[in-house]
Structure formats: structure tokens, C-alpha cells
Design a protein around this ligand. Structure first.
Ligand code: 13P
Length: 265
């Protein structure tokens, strides 16, 4: 197994997708806080990404108890303000205490026609607004079967970086989420996850130089307590983007715990 040569602070991120209203959200965060209290996780970041309508309530719970949880969003508009019905701006999110924004999740790409240009524009908007984009990339089963994984990931990463100032290169996070592993219960093997994350780091290095060593790259797709440890011990896997298993306090906390254990806690 490749050795981890650079220390990067791991991140375990929970993407709630379109689940839980704001009342349910409050309950989940309170339960999560209880579970996290039993885990030494000071060496890693934990974020949750609830639906927009939950953010204010979740911010209140995190703030009131000063919980060690970073607030994230699932999407943002690439526009600053104006006649964009249904959109939510980066500034609005920042005002709510949001620090991380998922950009170009495969569900946005596939179901809401978010193309590479929109992913790049949103990445830039998030950075300009002072927040951190978590750029999601990943191949379909068909692309993998045709041997196009490297080509697809390379194109998606390079497209997302289009127009991102060099000085902001180390402010991004990338999440490798193979589409065939999302919501299927079949995660990538740790070898496959490592291979893809290593490739993404090489693409980042080619485009942005040695800063690539400091950029966090997450794996996402059917991550759960049972496979979290094996995935995050891989040299280029710096954490996890968790969907279904983040909707229950116990399983999400167990993933945080398994990750913390791999980082010497
Ligand atoms: P699952 O963990 O439910 O497979 O979802 C992964 C995902 O899409 C996280 O963004």
C-alpha cells in the first residue's frame, strides 16, 4: 500500500440530500452531538450538509452548544444575486454560517443538467464568497467498463478548476464519488478508491503543482461504518463523503470514530 507522505486533516462529511425537514434535522444534530461526545475526533473535521431549509435551525443547534461540526450546503448558485428564481447565493449561505459547499454532485449533474461550465462557475463563486467548494467528480459504471475512468475524472477535475486563481488552489476539496457506488450499497474497494484518488491528485499536481499535496480528496459512495476504516487508511483518501449512513446519528458517528481511529485517536 502506498504510504501517506503528507499529513492532511481528514474530513468526514454527511450529505443529507433531500431528506429531513428542519424539525427532524434538529433531532438528528442533537443525537449526533451525543454520539460524537464519546469519540476523540479532534484531529479531523466533521461536516453536515442538510437541505437549505434546515440550515438556520441546524446553525442554531451547532452555535448554542458550540458543537465541533462544520455546517455545509449541498449546492449554491453561481450567481451573486438577482432574478434567479429558486436559487440560493453563496453570500446567503455564508450569512447562515455555512463553510463548505458541495459543487457538481453527480445528482446535480445527472438530474439537473449541471454541466462542467456550471460546475466551474459555481466553484469560482464559492471561492469568491470565501467558502470552501467540495468539487464532486466520478464516473458511471458504463464509463468504467469502457476503460474511461481516468479520462472522465481528468476532464471533470480540469474543467472544475477553469478560472480558479492559482492562489485559491489549496482552498478546494475534491470528492471522488463513482456513480455506480452511490446509494447502491456497493462501495468501491479500497484499492479502487485509492487508485482514483491518486489519479485525481496527479491531475491536480499537473495543473497546480505541489499544492496538490495539501488538497483533501474524499471518497464517497456507500461509505459505512464497516468499510470506513479500510477506505481512509489509503494514502490519498483524506476522508469520506457519506450519504445514506449520515442520516442516522449512530452510523455517522461510527464512521467518524473509524476515521479517527486511523488517524491515531
Ligand atoms: P451514499 O453514501 O448513500 O452512497 O451516497 C453517497 C453520496 O452521494 C454522498 O454525496
Amino acid at each position: 500500500m502506498a504510504e501517506r507522505t503528507v499529513e492532511r486533516r481528514p474530513l468526514v462529511a454527511g450529505n443529507w440530500k433531500m431528506n429531513l425537514d428542519h424539525v427532524e434535522a434538529i433531532h438528528l444534530v442533537q443525537a449526533l452531538a451525543l454520539h460524537l461526545r464519546a469519540i476523540e475526533h479532534g484531529r479531523l473535521d466533521v461536516s453536515i450538509h442538510p437541505p437549505f431549509t434546515d440550515l438556520r435551525s441546524v446553525e442554531g443547534v451547532i452555535g448554542a452548544d458550540d458543537l465541533p461540526i462544520t455546517l455545509g450546503a449541498q449546492h449554491a448558485s453561481s450567481y451573486a444575486a438577482g432574478a434567479f428564481t429558486g436559487e440560493v447565493s453563496v453570500a446567503m449561505l455564508r450569512r447562515l454560517g455555512v463553510q463548505l459547499v458541495l459543487v457538481g454532485h453527480s445528482e446535480r449533474r445527472q438530474l439537473f443538467a449541471m454541466d462542467d461550465d456550471a460546475v466551474a462557475a459555481t466553484t469560482r463563486a464559492v471561492l469568491e464568497g470565501g467558502l470552501t467548494p467540495v468539487i464532486c467528480v466520478g464516473e458511471t459504471q458504463e464509463q468504467r467498463d469502457r476503460g474511461q475512468m481516468a479520462e472522465v475524472l481528468t476532464a471533470q477535475v480540469l474543467a472544475a478548476l477553469e478560472g480558479v486563481p492559482a492562489a485559491d488552489s489549496d482552498r478546494i476539496i475534491v470528492a471522488y464519488e463513482p456513480i455506480w457506488a452511490i446509494g447502491t450499497g456497493v462501495a468501491a474497494t479500497e484499492e479502487d478508491a485509492q487508485e482514483a484518488c491518486r489519479l485525481i491528485r496527479q491531475v491536480l499536481a499537473g495543473a497546480r503543482g505541489e499544492v496538490a499535496d495539501r488538497i483533501r480528496i474524499l471518497y464517497g459512495g456507500s461509505a459505512k461504518p464497516e468499510n470506513a476504516g479500510d477506505l481512509v487508511t489509503q494514502a490519498d483518501v483524506d476522508g469520506l463523503l457519506v450519504g445514506g449512513a449520515s442520516l442516522e446519528a449512530e452510523s455517522f458517528a461510527a464512521i467518524v470514530g473509524a476515521t479517527a481511529a486511523c488517524y491515531g485517536q
